[in-house]
Design a protein around this ligand. Sequence first.
Ligand code: UD1
Length: 429
Amino acid sequence: MDRIRIRGGNALNGTIPISGAKNAALPLMIASLLTDDTLTLENVPHLADVEQLIRILGNHGVDYSVTGKRLAHDPASGRTIHFNARTIVDTTAPYELVSKMRASFWVIGPLLARCHKAKVSLPGGCAIGTRPVDLFIDGLRALGATIDIEAGYVVAEAKGGLVGNRFRFPKVSVGATHVMLMAASLAKGETVIENAAREPEIVDLADCLNAMGAKITGAGTSAITIDGVTALSGARHRVLPDRIETGTYAIAAAMAGGDVTLEGTRASLLTAALETLGQAGAEITEVENGIRVVRNGNGIQPVDVTTDPFPGFPTDLQAQFMALMTRSQGVSSITETIFENRFMHVQELARLGAKISLAGQVARVEGVAQLKGAPVMATDLRASVSLVIAGLVAEGETEVNRVYHLDRGFERLEEKLSACGAEVERISG
Ligand code: UD1
C-alpha cells in the first residue's frame, strides 16, 4: 500500500492547477444513464473514484471512450470522456460495486426514470457516520415509485414511469437532490423540490441536464422546479473546478506560509471558507483565472467554525481547517453539523502533537507552537489530506499510511505540492 512521506518546514511558493470537481464529475457521469445518446464530459479529474464509477456504469451497459488525454504542455488538464448508455443491460447495482463508493447509489435515480425499475445495494463509502438513504427513498416515493428493502438492496419500481410531484426534503442532502433532479427530468409533469441542496455541483448537474434537454429552473436555490420531458439527448459539458481541492490548497498555503496561486478555480465557489481563512491570517485575492493565497510568516489566528450546507463552511474542509488551527495562536472551536462521526482525524493529528479535545460535535483546538512528525493513518478522504497539511509544518518526517483514501479525491497531490517547494513524496508498495 502506498504511503506519502512529508518532511516539514518548507513554505509553498508557486502555482497549483485545480482539477475538475470529483463531486460534480460523479453525478454528471451517472446522468449519462438517462439518455441513449452520447454525453461528453470535459475536465474529468484523474481519480480512483472516477475509475470506480466507470466500472459501475459499465456494469449497467455504459460504454465510454477517452479523448484529449493529458497534454504535455498542460499536465493539469482533465480528460474528456464520452459516455454512451444506448442499451441498459442491467438495472441492478450489486453490493460488491456500490459498497466501494457511496455516490454510486445515485444510479437509482436515472435507472428508475429511464427503465422504470432499479435494484441498488445499500451503499458503503467513507466511514463518517451512518449516512442513511431515507431521503432518497421518500423523494422517489413522492414521484410514484414503490420501494422495498430486500436483503440489503433497495428495490424500486415505477410501472408506467415516474410522475412529477411537490416534495420537501426534511433535511438538506446533496446526493438526494442530485437523484431527484435526474429522476424528475424524465417524470411526467412538474416536480418542485423544496429545501434542495444549493451546492455548486447541483447547479453543474442542472446545467448539464438542461443541455441534454431537461427543463430545470432554480438550481442553486432551495426550490428547484423540473418540468419533465419524455427523452433526453446527448450533450457536451465541462466539469466545474473542485472547490474542495481549492480550499485544501488554500489552507495548505496558509499553514506552510508562502505565496500560491490556485489556477483554474473561482473564489465564488467557496466564499465562506475563504473568508474564514482570511480571518485566520491569510491574504486572499482573486486573480485572473484563479485565487492567490499569501501568508507572510505572521501567526495563524484562531477562528471558530461551524460546518453547514452550502453556502456555509463545507464539511469537506473541516479536517483541513482543524489541521491549520492546531498551529493557531490561541483556542478555536470547530463544530461539525453534517456528519456525526467526522472527527477521526483528531486522534491522528494528536499523534503529531496537536492539542484537541472533543465534546460531542464540537472540537476544541488549542494551538501549539510546533508539531512533530510521526507515522499516521489516513481514515477517510478529507481526513487524510488534513494529515498532509499538518505534515507540511511538522518538525521532521511525517508518513501518511493508507493513501488510497487520498487517491479517491486528490489528483497528483504530491506532485502539486512538490512543485511549490514542499518535500512530499509517494512511497509505493
Ligand atoms: C456529498 C458529498 C460529500 C459531502 C456531503 C456534504 C459527493 C460525492 N459527496 O455527500 O463529499 O461531504 O455531500 O456536503 O458529492 N442523510 C440522511 N438521509 C439520506 C441522505 C443523507 O440522513 O437519505 C444525511 C447524511 O447522513 C448527512 C447529511 O444528510 O448527515 C448530508 O448528507 P448528503 O448531503 O446526502 O451527503 P452526500 O450526498 O452523501
